[in-house]
Design a binder for this molecule. Sequence first.
Ligand code: AMP
Length: 564
Amino acid sequence: MPPSNSQPSYTKGPEPGPLFEIPIGDAFDATVSRHGDREALVVRHQGLRYSWAELGAEVERHARALMALGLTAGDRVGIWSPNCAEWCIAQFATAKIGAILVNINPAYRLEDLRYALNQSGCQWLICADTFKTSDYHRMVLDLVPSLAGTEPGRLDDPGAPELRGVISLADQPPAGFLPWRQLADHGARVSEQTLRQRQGGLDANDPINIQYTSGTTGFPKGATLSHRNILNNGHLVGESLGLNERDRLVIPVPLYHCFGMVMGNLACVTHGTTMIYPDAGFDPETTLRAVAEEKATALYGVPTMFIAELASPVRQEVDLSSLRTGIMAGATCPVEVMRKVIDEMHMSEVQIAYGMTETSPVSLQTGADDELERRVSTVGRTQPHLETKLVDEHGATVGRGEIGELCTRGYSVMLGYWNNPQGTAEAIDGQGWMHTGDLAQMDEQGYVRIVGRAKDLIIRGGENVYPREIEEFLYTHEAVEEVQVIGVADERYGEEIVAWVKARPGAEVDGAVLRAFCQDRIAHFKVPRWFRLVDDFPMTVTGKIQKFRMREISERNLKEHGHA
Ligand code: AMP
């Protein structure tokens, strides 16, 4: 993209129709009455299937039960669980009564839990029993030991001073936990009419969800989102995909993240599309089987999930021909991976979305009618009703083709960080622009290419090096299955480049081969100084590669070998 100062890097999305100005519960009810008998939710690992009418009834019973526990609009309810039917029911039950759902990352451990529960002041927590190496009951009891001897709802423990009780998704939880399967019985104490009144008093601008962001520095911050923020974002993401009630979307991404609960659940709810959860956590095999056996038309994933699905032997065994569309998002989507998803997974209309938790999340998205080259190499154009601009370090808008920090403005920008006005003021400026910390370029037609995180930019001997560029280049080597490039501290150049490479199964490759491949094909200062062959990358549960962890590991390793 050659630099050009002809136009500023600013675009405004189209305004195809008015935004939803209703609370989430009303939108959910409308879909239940419109699509009653059609399939709403399939949870494969639990063997559960619900029509919209059945899901509507479950949500209603649990909404009344949560009111019976004393929860009022604006109270916080935490949910700490991998993907399951109860997650979805809790999302819409809390939305109906105006309780703010606090998504707690299932990978959190005791201290993270303490922080999230107390920072948001949760009155109730819904938790799973175990998942992978996490024993949720154990950690809850370590945090609030008096729970074991307390009647549910009467907790008063210094470990989590505002917490009144804990609902367990286990069939037979330990003493002190309220079992989820008994929760609905409490609903009988609250009439349908009382629930209607509560729902009728909610405002679309009320906060309804708190999501703790990955927290690259310091403590995680609780992005606080309103009904209006996330309902509209889910709706517009689904519009871009052309979803309707005949579509069936496989959602292997975690529900605690906006990719699952907004781009997944809310896009489906606003379009009558069937939500399909293949598993509790991501697994390429169960995901591919879910697509084939459920005849799914759409599939979501972060790039690493699609890379794992493409590499899975199951892909050759199953029929993916029902697929039409889907979204790759959450991290840099390599061009080669996009091409393969189109060619080898039947996802001819796959789109890339870009965004962040603080913007509900999606701000830019490619469209099915964008030409192929743009669909695989850019994050598309500004979503409806939003504005995008790219700014330099002084806040001035850069010209088209120049690199600047991406900023977003419009309905999707969060209300703020929960109880953190200073953090909010640092993220959202006086004109309402959310500063993302991502570096991007915009072309003459308004298509945006993400270059990388501002903090991932490598400055080697005074040259700016964008890891993405080297990654894209290395993906063109046939032996490379996955590659991530980082900068490590270096006395001579300030920073040096390290590439972590996962080779394709059976491929013979080493650093010397890859270095020779780079020589004369990319500028000498971009050729990684070190290549590290790995089987895995340090990753969050959302599938985001943790470059800061890679940096720590590489720096330690190089020091041990006398290179730093
Ligand atoms: P989160 O708040 O966890 O959703 O993370 C948001 C961050 O993910 C953004 O600030 C980007 O750095 C990254 N991200 C999301 N989508 C994309 C994408 N399509 N391409 C590149 N980076 C992305």
